[in-house]
Design a protein around this ligand. Structure first.
Ligand code: ADP
Length: 161
């Protein structure tokens, strides 16, 4: 059974993430969407909230599971016997960081491959941070995230004001 992990901070999940998850689910028997703690970012949503949002948005994909982890991704991949990490690439700016991460993960876990899927062009501009920025500025985020996620972002932004 081929297992892939789609790792990220997903703070929150966007239509761009969902596109990569859907495409990965067609290529692998099982996909684990993994919420990782990123110490360099202050999150808008807790790990549990992010996991819940991803679960509700991926319910229609039967081979997709969602989990959270605070240790090394290479160790988690070893524990669940994953074959590959699948990451989305938006632009050349993503590449340098992702290339470095893939090399370090290979060093830590030599059996683990990293695969990249190009973003679909309609999601090229989309990131969780840009969605939060637009939402905080009062703009419409309806085209960027699933409806349930939009409601949660709008609610959290109001709470934070
Ligand atoms: P960000 O905070 O940059 O939105 P994450 O750390 O949550 O991203 O990203 C998880 C993975 O999803 C990364 O591989 C990232 O490149 C990918 N990703 C994020 N947004 C998109 C998008 N719009 N299209 C394709 N891949 C994306």
């Amino acid at each position: 059974m081929a297992i892939a992990i789609c790792p990220g901070s997903f703070d929150p999940i966007t239509n761009g993430h969902l596109n990569i998850i859907e495409r990965t689910a067609k290529l692998f028997d099982e996909v684990i969407v993994l919420v990782l703690k990123n110490p360099t970012k202050v999150p808008l949503f807790t790990d549990e909230e992010r996991v819940d949002m991803i679960r509700s948005c991926t319910r229609y994909l039967p081979n997709v599971k969602v989990d959270a982890y605070s240790g090394l991704l290479a160790d988690y991949a070893h524990q669940v016997k994953a074959d590959a990490l699948v990451k989305g690439l938006r632009a050349v700016t993503d590449f340098e960081y992702e290339f470095q991460m893939s090399l370090i993960n290979k060093k830590l876990n030599p059996l683990l491959e990293t695969m990249f899927l190009n973003t679909d062009s309609e999601y090229m501009y989309l990131s969780s941070s840009i969605v939060k920025q637009v939402g905080e500025g009062g703009g419409s985020i309806a085209d960027f995230v699933p409806a349930a996620v939009r409601e949660q972002i709008e609610k959290r932004i109001k709470e934070n004001i």
